[in-house]
Design a protein around this ligand. Structure first.
Ligand code: G3P
Ligand code: CA
Length: 581
């Protein structure tokens, strides 16, 4: 049982603070709800608040069908919600209403079996019903693409979601189905979703019937339990339900910031239902809800991404990060950013939130730190990784430079302790030592790119991401970048000289490349499959950033056009551009 006292939270700091708070909850009754599956199947801490697709992705497909569930998982949603009931022969069927009339063709197939109660049909009879045609008739008139979609049983949905998304399983009207809790428990165990009372996949079981949930909690004491409906107003009831419940999930219309805080104070979390309006989603996120149940999970993801994104100018809280020379967005934990200091610091990484809050520090034992100048995040074999580039060389004297690659921590912040280096690459340049402050990884192309700083025109180099460790590898020279404006004064810089357009960071996402310079930043659109050199030959959009002491770091905030740049200084000054800027 989750018994963490949650403090009163200010809306502006809620989303990322909750990330940290929920991380601290791992190990309680509801520990597995803190996890979701990464693409490689490993368990990672959840981003919060959770995106929960209601009855599958029921905004675009017939509710509670296998196709709607798969679409919900594909968004991706962290959880997919379904409703289950019991068939006449004791099977567990996925169905919202207690009769089959609204969403199936049961009245057509079985005209003499009114009122078509779920409880009167066998599992096989229901599995053969058409649960898709009604959608084209009543929900999205004319869309009969789902005609013939069958009614699924619970096992089908468990197989569909396995290793793809969590399941929020609502037990519908259990009063009609004596023994349904045990039947569900048996099904979850048979499918391998629960072993020895504990979930092996992200799983929450919920119901409007709280007594049913108390019974279920006895069967699977470590599976998180949710209570739907209005939160208690009575102290004794709160105390009783807090013994077995982890989630209190009312209608969103009942929630306000006080009630969210009350639920948190009781050690429970809350995911209200059913919220499809973007403005209301944002209000609820600002109240500090832990998840939202929605028919529109894609919309909710967009709202959540925007809520977690940094905005405008802010300063980094951790004064030890006083010479910020590289930053990268976390690909494991949305809303978390990594940064490091310039030469003079030891090999360590700082985590911070999109509003500048300190999220801890990690040391990299065994790594050197002659002059760390940039970093990058990327996904390799399904695992989020970080690359640290010890590539600064002001005097062009280093016989070789070094790149360190480490896996991003699977646990959410706050951080302390060590981050092991996974591999170390060393390299030289074919045309002699160079000062470099821009490094980026294109994992799809299997390439690490390096952009020189003190050449009249920045020079772009590449080494393979899979390059062997050991002796220094000679980077491949790809070409010069001549799309940046001339320096102030209108003359190309002399070799070794620094100007206002000297590159101090390089970053990539799937649609853009970014060159950060000491003054402004330059964003290049990049088509899928287009080489980086080709993209950097295009006309960049100049992103005008505030005048800071020394801008040496930047990255995209996510997969859009918005970016985050940072300057050296105590505190480090940060600027996040809006998506359209
Ligand atoms: O998950 C909660 C929500 O589904 C409850 O309402 O009627 O859609 O099942 P309903
Ligand atoms: Ca439901």
């Amino acid at each position: 049982m989750l018994k963490l006292p949650l403090p009163a939270l200010r809306p502006a700091v809620l989303p990322v603070l909750l990330l940290a708070l929920l991380a601290a909850c791992v190990g309680g009754r509801g520990a597995p709800t803190d996890l979701h599956r990464a693409a490689d199947g490993s368990l990672l801490p959840l981003p919060v608040p959770l995106v929960i697709a209601h009855r599958g992705y029921s905004g675009i497909a017939p509710e509670n069908t296998e196709v709607a569930v798969a679409l919900g998982a594909d968004v991706p949603s962290e959880y997919v919600e379904i409703d289950v009931q019991m068939s006449a022969d004791g099977g567990i069927v996925v169905m919202h209403d207690t009769t089959l009339t609204r969403t199936t063709d049961a009245p057509l197939q079985y005209p003499l079996r009114a009122p078509w109660n779920v409880a009167d049909f066998t599992l096989e009879e229901m599995r053969a019903l058409d649960a898709g045609t009604w959608y084209g008739r009543d929900k999205e008139p004319g869309n009969f693409a789902y005609a013939g979609e069958p009614v699924p049983d619970l096992r089908t949905i468990l197989d569909t979601l396995r290793d793809r998304a969590g399941l929020l399983l609502e037990v519908k009207s259990p009063g009609l189905y004596p023994g349904i809790e045990a039947a569900i428990a048996a099904e979850l165990e048979a499918a391998g979703w629960v072993e020895a009372g504990a979930p092996t996949q992200p799983l929450i079981v919920q119901s409007f019937d709280w007594e049913s949930m108390a019974r279920y909690a006895q069967l699977h004491p470590q599976v998180p339990v949710g209570l739907l409906g209005n939160p208690p107003t009575d102290e004794a009831i709160w105390t009783a339900v807090a013994e077995y419940a982890d989630w209190m999930n009312p209608s969103h219309s009942r929630l306000d910031a006080e009630l969210v805080a009350e639920i948190h104070r009781r050690g429970l979390r809350t995911s209200p239902y059913t919220v499809n309006d973007a403005a209301r989603m944002r209000e609820l996120l600002d109240m500090g809800v832990d998840g939202i149940i929605t028919d529109q999970p894609t919309r909710l993801r967009q709202v959540r991404d925007a809520a977690l994104a940094p905005q405008g100018e802010f300063a980094l809280q951790n004064g030890e990060l006083n010479e910020l020379s590289g930053l990268a967005r976390s690909l494991a934990h949305p809303g978390v950013y990594w940064g490091h200091n310039d030469s003079g610091d030891r090999p360590r990484l700082f985590a911070f939130a999109g509003d500048g809050r300190d999220l801890g520090t990690l040391e990299l034992p065994g790594a050197g730190a002659v002059d760390w100048e940039d970093m990058a995040s990327f996904v390799e074999d399904g695992q989020p990784k970080l690359l640290l580039a010890d590539v600064g060389d002001n005097e062009a004297l280093r016989p070789f430079v070094t790149l360190y690659i480490a896996a991003e921590p699977a646990t959410a912040p706050p951080y302390s302790g060590m981050l092991p280096v996974e591999r170390t690459l060393t390299l030289t340049y074919p045309d002699g030592p160079r000062d470099c402050e821009g490094v980026a990884v294109d994992a799809q192309a299997g390439a690490i790119y390096l952009l020189s700083k003190r050449d009249p025109r920045p020079r772009l180099y590449r080494i393979p991401l899979g390059a062997p460790e050991g002796l220094p590898l000679t980077a491949e020279f790809l070409g010069e970048v001549d799309s940046l404006p001339l320096p102030k004064g209108g003359e190309l810089a002399a070799p070794g000289e620094i100007t206002n357009v000297s590159p101090t960071a390089l970053a990539l996402n799937s649609s853009h490349a970014l060159i950060v310079t000491l003054e402004h930043s330059y964003r290049y659109p990049r088509a899928p499959g287009q080489s980086l050199l080709e993209a950097l030959a295009g006309t960049p959009q100049r992103i005008v950033v505030p005048e800071y002491r020394q801008i040496e770091s930047g990255d995209f905030i996510a997969e859009g056009a918005a970016l985050l740049i940072g300057s050296e200084g105590r505190p480090a000054a940060m600027y996040a551009s809006a998506e359209g800027q």
